[in-house]
Design a protein around this ligand. Sequence first.
Ligand SMILES: Nc1ncnc2c1ncn2[C@@H]1O[C@H](COP(=O)(O)OP(=O)(O)OP(=O)(O)O)[C@@H](O)[C@H]1O
Ligand SMILES: [Mg+2]
Length: 266
Amino acid sequence: MARPTADHTKQTSSSSSSSSPSPPSSYSSSSSLALRDVSFSIKPRTWVGITGRSGSGKSTVLHLIDRLYDPTRGTIRWGGQEDLRHFPPTELRRRIAMVPQRLQFFPGTVKWNIAYGSVNSGHLGSAGSTRAAAKAAGLAVGVGQSSNTPNGDPLISLNRSTHALSAGEKQRVALARALGRNADLYLLDEPTANLDALKVHDIMANLRRQLDGATVLIVTHSIALLDQCQQILVFDQGQLVQNGSPDDLLQDPSGILYQMYNQVPA
Ligand SMILES: Nc1ncnc2c1ncn2[C@@H]1O[C@H](COP(=O)(O)OP(=O)(O)OP(=O)(O)O)[C@@H](O)[C@H]1O
Ligand SMILES: [Mg+2]
């Protein structure tokens, strides 16, 4: 992937625990800016929903916070003070857990692919913690042969290769990898995109419990997930067009969020 550069970022509020880029931010392989004049801050331990049309820059925001890319201009601050670029990469890896939109797996078993998240943060998750993370992500796992659980969910062997999992199962393995971590900040990019509404409902309660006390940025089009958030950021064509609580944003019938909730064609 091309390493992007961003043109500038404004400082964010000192009350923020982790805060955004406020770039123009452009990918080096692209002549146009992926983000323009974006500035926001978020409070520690809040759930922040990020939504908006395809290509509006949602994933780019997460990539900038995860430092897959750096902004070409401006600054992303954590704790209201520190420029993210000053954090040692190992510390960022330890403090941030990410479920990317493009899921990545390593050759090997489901177990290894879940435990890898913990390896990345400095310790290998125990078998118990791997199972607990899988369960929290809505994945029924066992050590024997794959079969069906009493409620009809496929039971997935921890020793099975991730290669032949369904898209929804892979998504839950990726989510389990993040949930197995003890991070401060979770960046979840469409973590339920391949799941049915019932599964999303099941997982939501687990997410709330599991990520209690953490700061969560979640890119999603799911109303059910947005409903869990205290703050919602709506992006459109690389710009932050709405920022506020769901209740406040839903007061505006001309806003994208209102249209999403009411399924009014934009
Ligand atoms: N690696 C890249 N190189 C060049 N341009 C990119 C790259 N990644 C994204 N872009 C462009 O940047 C813009 C924002 O992309 P981004 O992936 O952030 O959108 P998004 O809101 O996450 O979309 P979606 O909902 O489809 O996932 C798009 O115009 C996209 O084509
Ligand atoms: Mg995206």
